[in-house]
Design a protein around this ligand. Structure first.
Ligand code: UDP
Ligand code: MG
Length: 317
């Protein structure tokens, strides 16, 4: 099969029929073999009925339904597990993304990209969305080193092997290019795509999308230190413990000196010196960081059995 189109849908009953017909038109024109996988993310309207209806008339249309709303990431991940096409395309179900982009995206993946992200250069969204989005994209570019203009675009294309080797969870759908990069898929491209105004219904993400920025920290940490957490925690622990230890030695030395050798009483008692509290804090934090590091290593070891790497070729075995 050439293409799997994965479409998460939460309360999009009006759009489903039009979107399915539009996709089918494009696919037929270009002669692709394809499947459309709708993932109904706990809709409370007639989305599921519309998906089933579309499937009844068009065997290319498949549906997966959650028992409640689990979020766009869970929906995409489920679609990815099911996708059989060589190229997997994701798009939103609200008709903001255009199926006309599919052939060109397909070609780019076939030409060697692992992932191609849409770029809504001319956006039809309110300013409350476009301005934070500019900031979000600049930040993500800076931290990840991936030169995309529009990380969160719902319209993306992947080579099948990519979607089978990443796990999108939580609210990580905003950072799929980063997940792909950390999994070793670094040929990441971009295509300017057409963007339309929402025709029916309303946006499902409000200000909550800002909290998603915290995921950038998680994902960067996981990518860099997920397999070796002690290297991060241990480094901090060593530095903190070192300062604490030096300060403790200094305080101890001065105290012993005043009691045993010089016999000159300290100007300030030990517990009245700022250095005492600093030493205390540094030592405690140092030990805590080590503990966090050991615990993280134990947890990381649990996943060693699970395959989290990808062998692409072998020879003589
Ligand atoms: N969506 C989903 N689960 C959710 C929220 C959204 O599957 O919990 C789907 C939604 O139906 C749409 C896509 O994700 O197909 C993008 O959502 P939306 O258009 O509301 O986001 P926006 O375009 O405003 O960023
Ligand atoms: Mg939308």
């Amino acid at each position: 099969m050439n293409i799997s189109v994965v479409i998460p849908a939460k309360d999009e009953e009006e759009s489903i029929p039009e979107l399915t017909q539009w996709i089918s038109r494009v696919m037929k024109t270009h002669g692709f073999s394809y499947e459309v996988i709708f993932v109904d993310d706990g809709s409370s309207d007639k989305t599921w009925e519309k998906i089933k209806l579309a499937g009844a008339t068009d065997p290319n249309v498949k549906g997966i339904r959650f028992n409640r709303n689990f979020g766009k990431s869970a929906a995409l991940n489920t679609g990815f597990r099911a996708a059989q096409g060589d190229v997997v395309i994701t798009m939103d179900s609200d008709l903001q993304d255009s199926p006309e982009e599919i052939p060109e995206l397909y070609k780019m993946i076939k030409d060697g990209y692992d992932l191609v992200s849409g770029w809504k250069k001319k956006r039809h969204d309110p300013i409350t969305k476009t301005v934070p989005s500019k900031f979000f994209n600049a930040l993500t570019r800076g931290i990840s080193g991936i030169q995309l203009h529009d990380f969160n675009c719902g319209l993306k294309a992947y080579s099948n092997v990519v979607v089978k080797n990443i796990t999108v969870y939580g609210e990580m759908h905003r950072y799929i290019p980063l997940l792909a990069k950390w999994a070793g898929f670094t040929r990441i491209g971009e295509k300017v795509v057409e963007h339309h105004e929402r025709k029916f219904g309303h946006s499902k993400f409000g200000l909550s999308r800002m909290r998603g920025m915290l995921d950038l920290l998680t994902i960067t940490f996981m990518g860099r230190f997920g397999r070796r957490p002690m290297h991060l925690f241990g480094t901090g622990g060593v530095i903190s413990f070192f300062f604490g230890f030096i300060l403790t030695m200094k305080i101890l030395w001065e105290k012993l000196d005043s009691v045993w050798f010089s016999k000159v009483p300290l100007k300030r008692d030990v517990t009245e010196q700022p250095a005492f509290y600093l030493a205390l804090v540094f030592v405690v934090i140092g030990v805590q960081l080590f503990l966090a590091g050991f615990l993280a290593e134990l947890i990381a070891r649990q996943s060693v059995g699970k395959r989290d790497y990808l062998v692409i070729e072998t020879s003589n075995c």
